[in-house]
Design a binder for this molecule. Structure first.
Ligand SMILES: [Zn+2]
Length: 396
């Protein structure tokens, strides 16, 4: 919610008044100078929403504060024009309502539009989350990157490189929501004080690398727009796209990277297909290019690409992985129960290229087990397994 600055206000005062850590208030108002607040300016307070309340008979501000568990000085401060001794029945006042539960509750059929709707709400409630577009998909959807944290250590997690593996997107989104909740409510996650990690890390998230493909899997051919006939022909006329991994051009985005790409191309389909076609050349697809540009622009200490399935974590590439890769993957394995696998006969993936280019730890994490696409009934279990990995990304 927002509050208007009056004489004598400061971020420190808001922090005390709302019970919200000062670094979160600063990060939520980066356009303002904390040392030069001006009267009438609007300041965003994360973790709260403003709710209208209509005065009933026998109400006092004290009783309203009590029954809504709001400090009375906070209630007075956000209703500066209300005379506490002259409340009128039917008069409307503002209640600051602390957010204590996740807003991401519907994780089934998690389309691009569902993600965008959830993000709008998340950023409204938690303006310390930064959102930007890192490029556009073939069908011109913005590929969205989120950043959370004010620290110098940059880490990265992405999901849904592969269309049918879209369950990885709500896993990342719910983590972002839980992280924000933990920060604003001073509640640890698995015993970890998240504010410490907020201040030491900047976590970059691209929850849906392949939005066109995800929407095709979930909504069918009509989601392909002008490409509808094309994707139907690649799918042999089948209207069930649940096995689709590629982008809307029929290119497998996780086979697009110049890291033994030729080796991969020689044994994979040589024309567009629902899966495995690496493209006619490396980095031909806008989604793959956007992710390469992102990694080049930021010094990510750790990169995790979330896929499904198999409960394994691939962590090596041609001996180019640094020693830290093994240390970190052992921790990932410990907290998730997933098996760490150093080498696999598969190349040209984002993880391979990341390790080759930057010699920093990069991982392909295969979430869950069973047949792709994994049923949404596995979501809670997968989230619990993956939560440890996402937390370890912050503390390692
Ligand atoms: Zn995959």
């Amino acid at each position: 919610m927002k509050i208007q600055v009056i004489q004598g206000d400061s971020f420190w005062y808001y922090s005390q008044l709302f019970g919200i850590p000062l670094p979160l208030i600063i990060a939520s108002n980066q356009q303002l100078n904390p040392n030069q607040l001006m009267i009438g300016q609007e300041v965003s307070i994360p973790g709260y929403q403003a709710v209208a309340y209509t005065i009933q008979a026998n109400d006092t501000l004290w009783s309203i504060a009590q029954s809504n568990q709001i400090p009375v000085d906070l209630l007075l401060r956000i209703n500066p024009n209300v005379q506490p001794t002259q409340l009128q029945i039917g008069q409307t006042i503002t209640l600051p309502q602390r957010i204590t539960t996740p807003i991401i509750t519907d994780v089934n059929n998690y389309t691009y539009e569902k993600m965008v709707t959830d993000l709008q709400r998340l950023i409204e409630l938690y303006p310390f989350i930064q959102q930007q577009s890192i490029g556009n998909s073939v069908l011109d959807k913005e590929i969205i990157e989120l950043q959370i944290g004010s620290g110098s250590r940059q880490k990265h997690i992405n999901g849904s490189f592969h269309a049918q593996e879209w369950i990885t997107t709500p896993v990342i989104m719910l983590f972002l929501n839980d992280y924000a909740l933990a920060l604003t409510n001073h509640s640890p996650i698995r015993g970890l004080d998240m504010l410490t990690y907020f201040e030491s890390n900047t976590l970059s998230l691209v929850p849906m690398v392949n939005p066109d493909g995800v929407n095709l899997v979930i909504n069918g051919a009509e989601a392909a727009g002008s490409q509808q006939d094309f994707v139907l022909s690649l799918n042999n006329g089948n209207t069930d796209f649940s096995g689709w991994k590629a982008n809307i051009n029929g290119v497998d985005l996780n086979n697009q990277y110049p890291a033994l790409w030729e080796t991969e191309a020689a044994r994979k389909p040589d024309s567009p297909a629902p899966r495995d076609f690496p493209g006619y050349e490396p980095l031909s697809e806008p989604e793959a290019i956007a992710m390469a540009d992102l990694a080049r622009a930021r010094p990510f200490e750790i990169m995790n690409a979330f896929h499904t399935q198999g409960e394994v974590i691939f962590w090596g590439y041609q001996g180019m992985e640094p020693p830290a890769s093994e240390t970190i993957v052992q921790e990932y394995s410990r907290v998730s129960g997933y098996e760490a696998v150093q080498y696999v006969d598969s190349f040209a993936g984002y993880k391979d290229w990341f390790i080759q280019e930057f010699r920093r730890p990069g991982y392909t994490v295969e979430l869950g087990s069973g047949m792709n696409p994994l049923p949404i009934s596995q979501f809670d279990e997968i989230y619990q397994e993956t939560l440890g990995i996402m937390l370890a990304t912050l503390y390692m």
